[in-house]
Design a protein around this ligand. Structure first.
Ligand code: ZN
Length: 417
């Protein structure tokens, strides 16, 4: 096992750990450790809500989830010799949940959760149709996940970090704050908001204290969006075996990682749509000196996905076009087309006895494939959603005999129960 450079004790909250991570982006957050090019190391990760979401049958915790505390990120790790203009090469050697048999301070997991966020607290891709909070708890058995809240479904996870990235430079951070506040100003009262401003409340900034803490807390970017530094990209294909190339913006690069997912569908559509969990990730780092210029990678990471994916070979696919549910024609709106494809899939799954919320949770958590299939055929964009049929313990394909009904199970409880 590689050396643990960021240990966590799961009996303690994130700010009370031996090494304190961070939950905002800023170049002045001091590194917690320094690693060398060529080094492999292990990092423990808290789940993104630092233990606020519980293994129970109520979604009150998701409804009231404290968004100001996310994401609990491990790091930053300075890489010796990294300079602005380099590419940081990060190999994901291994990633997984905390082993259930672990009897140490990290024991007690082996499960994760998927949430539908309420419109009033975060929202989601289909928040106009699903304004209330729901939660499904998933149990892990080796590589597979199943849930007492979503009967009839068992599948192999594609374990990955939802969030990994490097620190922005001061100039890049200023650019983020400028462009995101300009967007917010176009509709400042919107619920959910168009973007999130810096928020000193609940900021965790490593070892910073005093006036430095106050200054950085007032400037630091929230971790929700993906940006040029990588960040919360939620790419389900960043599995074990992946190699990511990050542009380096500050001396040392200052790499951070967190928000581990046992599985996720393309789009992470419920917003808390992956199976969120705490766990570990083993990383190996290296540098390509001057790589940003050499390869033209100056904005946004590139990566080689791992080849450790489940071997699903049969898929039931749903398509959608850029026409609203009210019948209004939109021009090549791929976001809308993808929504319609998801709504189509949800409606189909309800014919088998699932509630719409259970079907929505399936699309968020299962490794579905989402594609922009056509983006040029005016006026309709076409998007498609592919669900592996083998995840169901019944035949989900259409046939002359009609859909078989599943037993509803305990369902996915809402906050209002
Ligand atoms: Zn996540």
């Amino acid at each position: 096992m590689p050396e643990v450079v960021f240990p966590l004790d799961s009996t303690k909250k994130f700010p009370d750990q031996q090494l304190v991570g961070h939950n905002r982006w800023h170049p002045d957050i001091p590194p917690v450790a320094t690693v060398s090019p060529g080094q492999s190391f292990r990092v423990h990760c808290r789940e993104w809500f630092d233990g606020e979401i519980h293994n129970d049958d109520s979604a009150m915790d998701v409804r009231d989830a404290p968004l100001s505390i996310v994401h609990a990120l491990s790091g930053p790790f300075a890489v010796q010799g990294a300079e602005p203009g380099d590419l940081l090469v990060v190999d994901i050697l291994d990633v997984g949940p905390i082993p259930q048999e672990d009897s140490g301070p990290l024991a007690g997991q082996g499960w994760g959760y998927t949430g539908i966020f309420a419109r009033q607290n975060g929202g989601g891709f289909l928040t106009d149709y699903f304004p209330d909070a729901y939660k499904a708890v998933w149990d892990f058995r080796g590589q597979t996940a199943s849930s007492r809240h979503v009967p009839g479904v068992t599948f192999t996870g594609m374990v990955h970090p939802g969030l990994m990235g490097v620190a922005p430079s001061a100039a890049l951070l200023a650019k983020w704050n400028q462009r995101e506040s300009a967007l917010r100003a176009t509709d400042p009262d919107r619920v959910p908001p168009l973007s999130l401003p810096p928020l000193p409340q609940d900021a965790i900034l490593g070892s910073l204290t005093g006036a430095d803490f106050d200054r950085v807390a007032s400037e630091a970017a929230r971790t929700a969006p993906p940006r040029e530094n990588g960040g919360n990209q939620d790419i389900k294909n960043l599995t074990k075996g992946s190699r990511v190339f990050y542009p380096v913006y500050v001396p040392g690069a200052n790499l951070s990682v967190g928000d581990l997912h046992f599985s996720q569908g393309d789009g992470e559509i419920t917003f808390c749509g992956a199976i969120e969990m705490g766990g570990f990730v083993d990383l190996h780092v290296d540098l390509i000196k001057g790589g940003m210029d050499k390869y033209g990678v100056s904005e946004n990471a590139i990566f080689l996905p791992g080849n450790n994916n489940p071997q699903y070979c049969q898929w039931l696919a749903f398509s959608g076009i850029s026409v609203t549910t009210d019948g209004e024609q939109r021009y090549l709106d791929s976001q809308l087309a993808f929504q319609r494809a998801c709504l189509h899939a949800i409606d189909y799954l309800t014919r088998f006895g699932y509630s719409p919320e259970q079907a929505y949770l399936i699309l968020g958590a299962v490794p579905i494939e989402g594609r922009f299939s056509g983006v040029v055929d005016i006026p309709n964009a076409c998007a498609t959603v592919y669900i592996p049929t083998e995840i169901f313990d019944f035949d989900v394909r259409p046939s002359a005999s009609g859909p078989t009904k599943i037993k509803p199970g305990r369902g996915a409880p809402t906050a209002s129960f």
